[in-house]
Design a protein around this ligand. Structure first.
Ligand SMILES: [Zn+2]
Ligand SMILES: [Zn+2]
Length: 287
């Protein structure tokens, strides 16, 4: 558990909890148990409003924790994009099978398909045994959003930016009473960096794709990863510096990076940004 700043009674409650921090494919096992093997899912509680970012496999334990509380669940779910690692948890999100719960999905139209079509489309034969329409019982609504749009969810203002990633991807900035969190998973540096730095300007937390090292990215170690849609820890440091973010959170960890390698990567980044944190499952950051 970490504390970014002292919470004040006068301010609306705002916390961020990480349920899935791994990129591309789940990577469970003894070598990854400290950072975790689930794919992206981040919870933000802002006042009474629950916001969920991405539906990677981390949304399954989040769902179980919500059901365990016993109260009706009402949440706004924001999709960055629709690669498997950001969607695969949806059919295993227990609260969506319970009638008194309600969820609103936000995501961009891609390839001419709405967010509803895309989410339903992953639950069809021969990929999946049952359909969303057939089994989900919660009240569901869907909003197609475009980069540049802003959405209010209770006291939280959510703004969006198109990120550099194959097939498109939305970055999100969540603000409440002067505090702000930027969720920028699956971004490849280069091309539109200045726009991103402006978008992330002064964020209290910058959650940033830092999947690769520069050597991996350039192909000095393994195949070149240019054009794969992901960033490096060096680019993460630069993004945090240029945007003057207060705390950098390294995110979307490479599935091959075990806990010891993650510790080394975080220590290296901390030489440049001492406050930097490697995202771990169940990590809670409270404002
Ligand atoms: Zn991803
Ligand atoms: Zn992706």
């Amino acid at each position: 558990m970490g504390k970014v700043s002292k919470s004040s009674d006068a301010k609306t409650h705002f916390h961020v909890r990480f349920w899935g921090v791994r990129g591309s494919i789940p990577s469970p096992g003894p070598q990854t148990k400290r950072y975790g093997g689930n794919t992206p899912c981040v919870e933000m509680q802002v006042g009474e409003s629950l916001l969920i970012f991405d539906l990677g496999t981390g949304v399954r334990p989040l769902g179980d924790s919500l059901v365990a509380k016993g109260a009706p669940v009402n949440a706004s779910i924001f999709l960055s994009h629709y690669h498997y690692d950001h969607l695969q948890g949806l059919p295993f999100f227990t609260p969506i099978f319970i009638p008194h719960n309600a969820f609103t999905f936000y995501g961009a139209t891609r390839n001419g398909q709405s967010v509803k079509q895309i989410l339903s489309g992953q639950m069809t034969q021969p990929y999946f045994p049952v359909t969303a329409e057939g089994v989900f019982r919660a009240k569901l609504s869907y909003h197609d959003i475009q980069a540049g749009e802003t959405v209010m969810v209770g006291p939280a203002k959510v703004s969006t930016l198109e990120l550099n990633h194959p097939g498109g991807n939305l970055g999100y900035r969540v603000e409440c009473e002067g505090r702000s969190v930027v969720y920028a998973t699956d971004i490849e540096h280069g091309g539109q960096d200045e726009r991103f730095f402006e978008f992330a300007r002064g964020a209290d937390l910058l959650i940033y794709d830092s999947m690769y090292t520069e050597d991996e990215y350039c192909g000095r170690q393994g195949p070149p990863r240019t054009g794969w849609g992901h960033s490096t820890w060096q680019a993460a440091v630069r993004a945090a510096n240029e945007s003057q973010a207060k705390t950098l959170v390294l995110f979307h960890h490479d599935p091959t990076r075990d806990d010891a390698a993650m510790d080394r990567l975080v220590r290296t980044v901390q030489k440049h940004r001492p406050e930097a944190i490697g995202a771990r499952e169940d990590m809670l950051l409270q404002f």
